[in-house]
Design a protein around this ligand. Structure first.
Ligand SMILES: [Mg+2]
Length: 510
C-alpha cells in the first residue's frame, strides 16, 4: 500500500490550499510544498478559494492578502464564520510587512503570517508548526470526548452503586423476604422517580405468583389498586408478571391502560388508578426466579433501555442477598417445623393440637394479607365411646389411626394441615380454599371413611364406622381471629350431629 518513493507517507496526507493572484507565487510555493510531499491545491482568487472548499477540505490554507476580487481578510472572515471551515488554520501571506496588517490578520482569525519574498525554510517551518498544532488540538478534542464519556459511565456506576447499597441495606434490615422486597420497591421507586411499585413472589407450592405491596411510600391514590391486586394471583405466562416468570426477561409496556385484558389483565384497575407506563424485571438466582419487581408511572413512557438496564442490574445484584433472606426464612420455618415434629400426636402421627393452633394462626395471617379464603373442617367419629366400649381401647386406638390415615391421604396440597384436635376429633386447615372447595374435601373424606368399612356393631346409625363433619370458610380480617373460624366449624359440626350424624354441615357465610 505504501509507495516506496519519497516523500514520506505522513506529509503526503496533509492537504494544503494555496491562494494567491500571482501565478509565479503559486509556482514557487507548488515547487516548495510538493517536494515536501504535501497534497497541494491552488486558487488564484478569493472567490475560487471559497468555492473550492466545498470539494477540497484542506488541513491548512496559505492565503494572500492583496487580491483583486475579495481580499484575504474577507476570505478568512468567511471561513471562520462557517462551522465546517472554522477550524482550518490560515497563514496569511503578504508583501506588506507592516504591523497593522499582521494585527488585522490575527483579528480576523489567522493563525500566522508570512512575508514575501518567501524564505523556504521559514514557510515550511510555519506550516509544520500549524499542522502539528492542529493535530494536537484534534487529539485533545478526542481525549476530551473520551473523558466526557468516561465521566458519564462513572456517574452511572456511582448512581448504581448508591442504589445498590441502599437496597442491600434495606434487605439486611428486613426480617422476611416479603419485607425485603417491599422496601426494595420503595428504594428503587424513589431513585428512578417512578410513582408506584409492586412485587410478585412464587407461592410455597410454586404454582402461582402472590402479590407483595410496596412498603410505605405508596400514595393513597393507588390504595384501591393495591387492595384489588392483593386478591389476584398470576400463573406462569399470565399477564405481565406471569410472562416475566416464564421468560425470565424484563418487559415494558408504554401505556398499560390502553392494553387489552389479555395483555395486561388488570386494565380496568390501572385505568381507575391513573397508572400508565409499566415495566417489570425478574430477580433470578441460579436460574431460579425469586421475585418480580414491577414499576408504574402515571404518564405513558416509551421504552427506556437505561432505566430497565439500571433496575435489572440492581435486581441481579440483589438476587443473592434476597436468596439468603429467603433461605434464612425457610430455615427458621424448618426449625419451627422440627420443633413441632416433636409434638406430633403420638398415636396417629399427624399434627397435634399445638401444631394445629400454630398453623392456623400462621395461615390466618397469610390469607389475611393476601385476602384469600381460609377454610376449616372439624370432624368427629360417630359413637366412638360405644366403639371403645364394644371393641376395647386398643381397637379404638387402631380405629383412630385408620381415620387419621384416611384424612391425611385425602388432602392434596403441602399447605393443607390435618391435625388431631382432641379425642376422636380431627381438624383440617385448608388455605386458599373457599366454601365450595372445602365441601369437596369434606365429601371426599366422608366417602373414603365409609369405603374403609371399619365394622362398628354398636353404632346406632350404621354397621360401620361413620364420621360427622363441620365446614367453615372465610376471608380473614384484622378484626377477627382464628377462633371465630373454629367456632363456626364447631357449630356446623354440631348441626351435622343434630341432623343424624354420618354427614357434613356448612357454616353460613358471615
Ligand atoms: Mg496578491
Amino acid at each position: 500500500m505504501t509507495p516506496p518513493s519519497e516523500p514520506s507517507n505522513k506529509s503526503e496526507t496533509i492537504k494544503i490550499l494555496v491562494v494567491d493572484d500571482l501565478p509565479e507565487n503559486l509556482r514557487l510555493l507548488q515547487e516548495m510544498l510538493v517536494k515536501q510531499g504535501y497534497n497541494v491545491r491552488f486558487a488564484n482568487s478569493g472567490k475560487l478559494a471559497i468555492l473550492s472548499l466545498s470539494r477540497f477540505q484542506p488541513d491548512l490554507i496559505l492565503l494572500d492578502i492583496m487580491m483583486p476580487d475579495i481580499d484575504g481578510f474577507t476570505v478568512c472572515q468567511q471561513l471562520k464564520a462557517n462551522p465546517e471551515t472554522e477550524n482550518i488554520p490560515v497563514i496569511f501571506m503578504s508583501a506588506l510587512d507592516d504591523g497593522t496588517n499582521k494585527v488585522k490578520g490575527f483579528q480576523v482569525g489567522g493563525s500566522d503570517y508570512i512575508t514575501k519574498p518567501f524564505i523556504a525554510e521559514e514557510v515550511l517551518a510555519r506550516i509544520r508548526y500549524q499542522v502539528s498544532l492542529k493535530s494536537l488540538q484534534q487529539q485533545l478534542q478526542h481525549k476530551n470526548q473520551e473523558l466526557i464519556q468516561q465521566n458519564k459511565q462513572l456517574q452511572k456506576a456511582q448512581y448504581e452503586t448508591k442504589l445498590l447499597l441502599e437496597a442491600t441495606w434495606t434487605i439486611e434490615k428486613s426480617h422476611t423476604l416479603e419485607e425485603a422486597i417491599s422496601s426494595i420497591l420503595d428504594v428503587i421507586c424513589q431513585n428512578i422517580g417512578w410513582d408506584y411499585g409492586e412485587g410478585w413472589l412464587p407461592n410455597p407450592d410454586k404454582d402461582v405468583l402472590e402479590y407483595i405491596p410496596q412498603f410505605k411510600s405508596c400514595s393513597a391514590a393507588f390504595g384501591r389498586f393495591q387492595e384489588q391486586s392483593r386478591l389476584i394471583t398470576f400463573a406462569s405466562g399470565e399477564g405481565l408478571p406471569g410472562r416475566i416468570w416464564q421468560s425470565h426477561k424484563p418487559e415494558w409496556i408504554e401505556d398499560c391502560s390502553t392494553c387489552s385484558e389479555t395483555v395486561y389483565l388488570r386494565t380496568q384497575l390501572v385505568v381507575d388508578a391513573g397508572l400508565k407506563a409499566v415495566f417489570g424485571v425478574p430477580v433470578v438466582e441460579s436460574e431460579k426466579l425469586l421475585a418480580i419487581l414491577v414499576f408504574y408511572q402515571t404518564q405513558a413512557v416509551p421504552y427506556q433501555s437505561r432505566t430497565v438496564e439500571l433496575v435489572q442490574a440492581v435486581a441481579t445484584q440483589l438476587s443473592s442477598p434476597l436468596q439468603q433472606a429467603q433461605l434464612k426464612q425457610e430455615l427458621q420455618r424448618a426449625n419451627l417445623e422440627l420443633e413441632l415434629l416433636a409434638n406430633l400426636d403420638g398415636l396417629t402421627q399427624i399434627a397435634n393440637r399445638r401444631h394445629f393452633d400454630y398453623r392456623l394462626q400462621q395461615e390466618w395471617q397469610r390469607m389475611q394479607r393476601l385476602q384469600l379464603p381460609l377454610s376449616l373442617i372439624l370432624c368427629d367419629v360417630d359413637y366412638f365411646k360405644r366403639y371403645n366400649d364394644c371393641y376395647g381401647h386398643l381397637a379404638g386406638d387402631d380405629c383412630l389411626v385408620q381415620i387419621a390415615h384416611i384424612l391425611y391421604q385425602s388432602i392434596q396440597r403441602a399447605a393443607d394441615v390435618v391435625a388431631r384436635y382432641g379425642g376422636e376429633e380431627f381438624a383440617i386447615i385448608l388455605p386458599y380454599t373457599d366454601t365450595q372447595g372445602a365441601i369437596s374435601v369434606a365429601e371426599r373424606i366422608h366417602t373414603r371413611v365409609l369405603q374403609q368399612q371399619i365394622p362398628h356393631a354398636d353404632s346406632q346409625i350404621s354397621p360401620i364406622v361413620t364420621i360427622s363433619l363441620g365446614v367453615s370458610s372465610l376471608i380473614p380480617t384484622s378484626t377477627d381471629s382464628p377462633q371465630s373460624l373454629i367456632q363456626l366449624a364447631d357449630e356446623a359440626l354440631y348441626q351435622a350431629k343434630q341432623s343424624g350424624r354420618n354427614t357434613y354441615a356448612v357454616a353460613p357465610a358471615i
